[in-house]
Ligand binder design. Structure first.
Ligand SMILES: *Cc1c(COP(=O)(O)O)cnc(C)c1O
Length: 437
């Protein structure tokens, strides 16, 4: 496209050739209004739009940019890999190296299968669970997002909530009928489901710590209860760490909760950080389950670009660089920003609540604890668009939906945080003045 066009012109043309002008719905600003910002580059804590405006970025590509955008060593690894060939459709040692790095962090992850997206990882984990148990029904929790495969699109949090859709058109009644959706953090509902349909349930899939309906951490003991009930009834527990994995800590959310409490899921899924910004995701677990996958076992799964050499180069470089200092930095930056957001909203008299899961946090416009998707939807969502646009105007890019976590990186230094902190009071006042539509 010609370089002199305004953002509105670009968006208009994009909408003529791409549905909604975007390749993934939340990017379209549907829930905050206005024209989506088309980006051309990113570096460290910043993104740059096509008109050369620079923003402090709190999206971080929805998580992958743990080290900051375009980390020089990650970029170099990808460039070097590219000179050796973009894709072979044959095994490489880089995949073995990445599996070794994951195993070194996550003890129960004996074997790893690489795919290209989180959607494929959870879809495959479900297939393994059905293959392993010979059962059909899967249990998921309302507000948890596990990608856009048919079986997992029921009550799926941010993207779907943002679009205001109950689920999705194009999903058959048959595939929806095999998905049981329960309220999050509700152990009684899970016990009841197992009491009535226990012999049909192949697996329970849960976000390790949900962050796709805003950040709604598991109540103490909830994940452990999933573990106990699935074991008692011969079902598998799938811990979806596509978002939390290698972001909230070296061994993901499991490293913060499961390891200290002494439980592990049967299968875990990774995406986002594990690919360092390239299309790469994975599922992992004990050999006895992972070896159900073809070519060893009867559960089929494949991918032309799976384990792609550029993606594994980015993943290997990212995991090697993501050391304790990186996690310490992101943890501390998150605390600084949480304090600043809370102070600005309090000062402006906006009822709010900040919820965290490790270094992930999000802001809810309510003072009531948010433990379920129903709670999350009951907040004053109308306060978010003015906050979002005031910050965007000030050169701060928040996620374009109230139902998302705010993402930080190791590149968010004091200068970047100060820019956000300076912009917060005016943005909080804009939120205070908002009125329901
Ligand atoms: C992002 C996400 C997915 C889907 O991953 P894609 O790569 O977008 O397909 C699945 N589960 C969780 C928890 C996620 O946050």
């Amino acid at each position: 496209m010609p370089s002199h066009l305004s953002m509105e012109d670009i968006y208009r043309h994009a909408c003529e050739v791409i549905p909604g002008g975007v390749s993934s719905p939340v990017r379209a600003f549907g829930s905050v209004g206005g024209t989506p910002v088309f980006l051309k580059s990113a570096e460290g804590a910043h993104v740059v739009d096509v008109t050369d405006r620079r923003y402090v970025d709190l999206v971080c590509s929805w998580g992958p940019a743990l080290l900051g955008h375009a980390h020089p060593e990650v970029v170099r690894a990808v460039q070097e890999a590219a000179t050796r060939g973009l894709s072979f459709g044959a095994p490489t040692t880089a995949e073995v190296d990445l599996a070794d790095l994951i195993r070194a962090r996550v003890s129960f992850a004996e074997k790893v299968r690489f795919v290209s997206t989180g959607t494929e990882a959870t879809m495959t984990a479900i297939r393994v669970a059905r293959g392993a148990t010979g059962r059909d029904v899967i249990v998921k929790f309302a507000g948890c997002y596990h990608g856009h495969s048919d079986a997992l699109l029921a009550a799926a949090g941010s993207g779907v909530a943002t679009a205001g859709l109950p689920g999705s058109a194009g999903v058959t009644a048959a595939s929806a009928a095999d998905t049981l959706v329960l309220p999050y953090n509700d152990t009684d509902a899970l016990e009841e489901a197992f009491a009535t349909r226990g012999e049909q349930i192949a697996c329970v899939i849960t976000e390790a710590a949900p962050a796709n309906m805003g950040v709604v951490p598991p109540d103490p003991g909830f994940n452990a209860a999933i573990r106990r009930l699935t074991s008692e009834h011969g079902a598998l527990m799938i811990l979806d760490e596509v978002l939390t994995g290698f972001r909230v800590g070296a061994a993901g959310w499991w490293g913060l909760e499961g390891a200290p409490e002494g439980w592990a899921p049967d299968l875990v899924t990774y995406g986002k950080v594990v690919g360092g910004g390239m299309p790469l995701a994975a599922l992992a677990g004990p050999a006895r389950l992972m070896d159900l996958l073809a070519p060893v076992g009867p559960v089929y799964q494949a991918g032309t670009l799976s384990g792609n050499p550029l993606a594994t180069a980015a993943g290997n470089a990212t995991l090697r660089l993501a050391d304790a200092a990186v996690y310490d930095h992101v943890d501390r930056a998150s605390l600084v920003l949480q304090d600043a957001v809370g102070a600005a909203l309090s000062e402006a008299g906006v009822a709010h609540r900040i919820q965290t899961a490790g270094n992930l946090f999000s802001v809810f416009f309510t003072e009531e604890p948010v433990r379920t998707y129903e709670d999350a939807k009951a907040q004053d969502t109308f306060r978010y668009p003015p906050l979002f646009h005031a910050l965007l105007e000030a050169g701060i890019a928040l996620p374009p939906s109230v139902f998302e976590a705010w993402f930080l990186s190791a590149a968010h230094d004091e200068a970047a945080l100060d820019r956000i902190i300076e912009a917060l009071p005016a943005a909080a006042r804009a939120a205070a003045q908002a009125r329901p539509a």
